[in-house]
Ligand binder design. Structure first.
Ligand code: NAI
Ligand code: MG
Length: 497
């Protein structure tokens, strides 16, 4: 067992899968290409990974097609399929320490967070989806056909897997995003080619080994690490992929939707957000302060549903801003493997440039940092948890997704004006409402155009709860029963009697 950070990094370099998983075999890329993945807290190399290209995607799609149509997966009972999916969840928990360490080293997040959230949520998603495998029933329907008044029919619907699915995931919750995607695809009997983010391939590759260990047949899950513009684009464009599921930026989501028109493959998208978190004077203000701080600072702010626009009723504005600033100052920033770390580095140089760019832009536009506002000296891509005030609705910080630990706080007085401001975004992923007035909470919840509305809490994720976006935050929902629609076709069968 590694005791220091450099020992843990060395262990990862020496062990664990670095190739790609195609048709049940761990293989190098067809071209022999590789790429590197690094610890964003130290800059140290963690591994040289096989880099997937178009030919690897072709091979993986062929393996997935074969597994879908010819392999044991296609003949397996739903009950057996469910048991194998359940076993994946068990194996995730049996390997929780290792998976959490991989996640921390590759992404930067505190290991305590990975152990408390990423890993058990991933296991739970597989356990939950395992149960759906046996419950994908159609219905019986009695049609009345105007032009056949005397005919009788027996009709029913069948729900069938959509087929070979391409899944492209981001780096902010590498293991959990793999679970969100793979769980419903497997429950519905689809086969998959998964492309992890180039910044964080390690935990998905380890999950590939656990999927094999669970007994999921060869070719059902293929994992092709690589870059978006190459491996990702090839997967989205592939004519023999029936559906693409994507989580990432709205910009690339639009590109994927366009690319998918080639063969009209099904598309589901989980994209960005600029979620409003709203605190009324009649709230438990201390709880609201804590919730709003966690709503933006959790996972370095690299959360699509982060509560990044804070609206506070005027008479509590100063108190809330001070409270969140105190919380921000109390956050211990450091390497995720250090036990007292609350917040790790941002995932990459690119993300660091993006977030510090937004901080500079905010300063130029007159947003004042009550606390934070700067990068922290390296090595590592660390930034200060930041609370900004003096932001106008037209400011960049209010309009664009930062994807970092940066909140913009704004006062409000009138609830109609507040509701309009909360909805004044082309995103619509999540929202928070803090009040003790239950009527106000429910009325406002129905007015806000967002896929998830939290009341007196924030960042609640569960396998049972649908998650996804209105407007440019996406198409379709992840998790819950709702996600299954993304992976099923419905067939009507009509029998003349
Ligand atoms: P991105 O959208 O470029 O990357 C996400 C995934 O898409 C990765 O696997 C990437 O390899 C892949 N990808 C990139 N270009 C592609 C293409 N042309 N075809 C197919 N796949 C492609 O996100 P990026 O650049 O890592 O982050 C940029 C911003 O996106 C962040 O600052 C944040 O605002 C947002 N984002 C949102 C996420 C969410 O959970 N909704 C997750 C990650 C990023
Ligand atoms: Mg990108």
């Amino acid at each position: 067992m590694a005791t220091t950070i450099s020992e843990a990094e060395e262990l990862v370099r020496q062990t664990g899968p670095k190739q790609m998983l195609i048709g049940g075999e761990w293989v190098e890329s067809a071209e022999g290409a590789t790429f590197e993945t690094h610890d964003p807290a130290t800059g140290d190399l963690l591994g040289v990974i096989a880099e997937g290209g178009a030919e690897d995607v072709n091979r993986a799609v062929r393996a997935a097609r074969f597994a879908l149509e010819e392999g044991p997966w296609s003949k397996m009972s739903a009950s057996e399929r469910g048991r194998l999916i359940h076993r994946v969840g068990d194996l995730i928990m049996e390997n929780a320490e290792e998976l959490a360490t991989l996640e921390t080293l590759d992404n930067g997040k505190p290991k305590a967070v990975a152990l408390a959230a990423d890993v058990p949520l991933s296991a739970d998603l597989f356990w939950y989806m395992a149960g759906w495998a046996t419950k994908l029933n159609g219905g019986t329907i009695n049609p009345s056909v105007p032009y056949l008044p005397d005919a009788e029919f027996h009709s029913y619907t069948l729900r069938e897997p959509v087929g070979v699915v391409g899944q492209i995931i981001p780096w902010n919750f590498p293991l959990l995003m793999a679970a969100w995607k793979l769980g419903p695809a497997l429950a519905t009997g689809c086969t998959v080619v998964l492309k992890p983010a180039e910044q964080t391939p390690l935990s998905a590759l380890r999950l590939g080994e656990l999927i094999q260990e669970a007994g999921i047949p060869d070719g059902v899950v293929n994992i092709v690490p690589g870059y978006g513009e190459t491996a990702g684009a090839a997967l989205a464009a592939h004519p023999d992929v029936d559906k693409v599921a994507f989580t990432g930026s709205t910009e690339i989501g639009k590109l994927i939707a366009r690319t998918a028109t080639g063969n009209l493959k099904r598309v589901s998208l989980e994209l960005g957000g600029k979620s409003p978190n709203i605190i009324f004077s009649d709230a438990d203000v201390d709880a609201a302060i804590e919730g709003a701080a966690q709503g933006i600072f959790f996972n370095q702010g690299e959360v699509c549903s982060a509560g990044s626009r804070l609206y506070v009723q005027s008479d509590q504005f100063d108190r809330v801003v001070e409270g969140i600033s105190e919380a921000a100052k109390g956050i211990k920033v450091g390497h995720g493997l250090e036990e007292d770390t609350d917040m790790g580095p941002l995932v990459s140089a690119e993300q660091f440039e993006r977030v510090t760019g937004y901080l500079n832009r905010g300063a130029e536009e007159g947003n004042r940092a009550v606390t934070g506002g700067k990068a922290i000296d390296g090595p590592g891509f660390f930034v200060e948890p930041t609370v900004l005030v003096d932001a106008k609705p037209s400011d960049t910080i209010v309009r664009e997704e930062v994807f970092g630990p940066v909140i913009a706080a704004m006062p409000f007085d009138d609830i109609d004006d507040l509701a309009r401001q909360a909805n004044d975004s082309h995103y619509g992923l999540a929202a928070g409402i803090w009040t003790r007035d239950i009527s106000k909470a429910h009325r406002l919840a129905s007015r806000i155009k967002a896929g998830t509305v939290h009341v007196n809490t924030y960042h609640v994720f569960a396998a049972e709860l649908p998650f996804g976006g209105y407007k440019q935050s996406g198409w379709g929902r992840e998790m819950g029963e709702e996600v299954l629609k993304n992976y099923l076709e419905t067939k009507s069968v009509i029998v003349g009697l």
